[in-house]
Design a protein around this ligand. Structure first.
Ligand SMILES: [Zn+2]
Length: 438
């Protein structure tokens, strides 16, 4: 949903630790201190959405530390996101060591202007013969790169090594007649791709960021590369510029209210999963990370003899439209707007908002005074959640006190808000109040 051409933000902590590492090496060189005595400052915060258990944790760690592509300002890597053709041009250009490029005054592609974000990288790609673009003279920079095109790009990037394509295809959905048969089978033979476990390569599917990390690591990652131990991001970094994240629906920092609709308005999260281990959760979906953290919070509540259930979580644009219409018909529009959002303006559409209930208190103020409701208010931040519509903040949030409506924002931000005593996202980010629609 976000444009893959969005500028990614180099992760500050990685940069800092690199400087420290360089300094440490200098100290070693000057004073001949044994390497083991150098401070082990390499511990960097990992990505919130690529834990040590991720299938491509090592590959993604390498890709990020090598600077070929980094994460986003909200500490995410977004492994399931698609890679655009222009972004992949930039990956290869960086992988090649950012060589000098003679930039023509006229673009080789009719849909890539000389002031385009990745003009240099795309021109370089064309000059190297890695891409010829499409027959209609376009490059289609914003389109996701398909897995067959990636095979072709990588084969040419490698200098078109001599390779005899096998007589029999190693993939059941690729035949000798498939365009880029040679390049795709080279991906397999060179160890870059194993295909899917069902024996397919899926040549026309978009390539994800995680698959790209794997392809590139297998081709260019150092043999003995050891990824740093995973450390979840837990500290809010006040120096990090997260302003773009506040409008990015894929960021856990997105702020949605009556003045800030989702963009696009019919946004659908890419990684919805059902909520396991929480009563009612199997009928409801949240974004993967939010779901996992809700499961963890439920487990902790249970260990204290308390229990909450899920009453509502992700709601699509059209579902919200129906819901709002219903409430408006029953209570009148003015009343409905105090507790229900217009479609495109609901946190529930982000996949990061969830309504929880205790026995006898379903979507009701009594949740706030129930034992589990009080426990949730005290501990939600430890799991990255906030009570999004706190008491006495209706003039800021536009909603009545909703002790049951939790919003996932990540542990760093939730803990920081708690520590500073700031209870709304609007106030924390200085966004202004949103009591009404404009
Ligand atoms: Zn809600």
């Amino acid at each position: 949903m976000h444009s893959a051409g969005v500028v990614e933000t180099r992760r500050l902590r990685v940069g800092v630790s690199r400087v420290v590492a360089v300094l440490a090496m200098a100290v070693v060189a000057v004073t001949s201190i044994v390497a083991a005595a150098a401070p082990s400052s390499a511990a960097t915060e990992g990505f919130r959405d690529v834990t040590g258990k991720h299938q491509f944790y090592r590959e993604i760690s390498w890709l990020s530390s090598s600077g070929i592509t980094t994460g986003y300002a909200d500490n995410s890597f977004r492994p399931a996101n698609k890679v655009s053709r222009e972004a992949f041009a930039a990956y290869l250009y960086r992988l090649a060591g950012k060589p000098p490029v003679r930039l023509p005054s006229r673009s080789p592609f009719r849909d890539v202007g000389v002031s385009a974000l990745f003009y240099r990288e795309i021109v370089w790609l064309a000059q190297q013969g890695i891409t010829t673009g499409w027959a209609d003279g376009s490059f289609r920079p914003k389109e996701p790169i398909t897995r067959d095109a990636m095979a072709a790009f990588l084969y040419r990037f490698e200098g078109r090594p001599s390779f005899a394509a096998p007589a029999r295809s190693p993939f059941k959905d690729v035949t000798r007649a498939t365009k880029f048969y040679k390049e795709i089978t080279w991906m397999r033979a060179s160890g870059r791709s194993t295909g899917w476990s069902d024996g397919t390569y899926r040549p026309y599917a978009s390539t994800t960021r995680e698959a790209t990390a794997a392809f590139l690591f297998r081709g260019y990652g150092p043999r003995g590369y050891t990824a740093p131990a995973y450390a979840p991001p837990t500290t809010w970094d006040p120096d990090r510029d997260v302003s773009r994240m506040l409008s990015d629906p894929e960021s856990v920092l997105v702020v949605v209210n009556k003045r800030r609709p989702l963009d696009p308005i019919r946004y659908v999260p890419p990684d919805l999963v059902s909520v396991s281990g929480v009563p009612g959760g199997s009928n409801h979906r949240l974004r993967r990370e939010a779901a996992q953290q809700l499961t963890a919070m439920s487990r902790a509540a249970k260990s204290n003899g308390l229990s909450f259930s899920v009453s509502s979580s992700y709601r699509s644009y059209s579902y919200q439209a129906g819901l709002f219409r219903n409430y408006s018909n029953r209570f009148g529009v003015a009343s409905a707007e105090r507790f229900s959002a217009r479609p495109g303006h609901s946190e529930h559409q982000t996949g990061l908002g969830v309504d929880v209930s205790s026995t006898g208190c379903t979507i009701s103020g009594c949740f706030g005074t129930s034992a589990v409701g009080r426990w949730v208010a005290r501990h939600a931040h430890e799991y990255g959640y906030i009570v999004r519509y706190p008491e006495g903040k209706t003039h800021v949030t536009g909603y009545i006190y909703e002790p049951w409506h939790l919003r996932y924002v990540g542990v760093e931000l939730a803990s920081e808000m708690r520590a500073r005593g700031v209870t709304t996202l609007e106030e924390f980010f200085g966004l202004g109040s949103a009591p009404t629609y404009r």
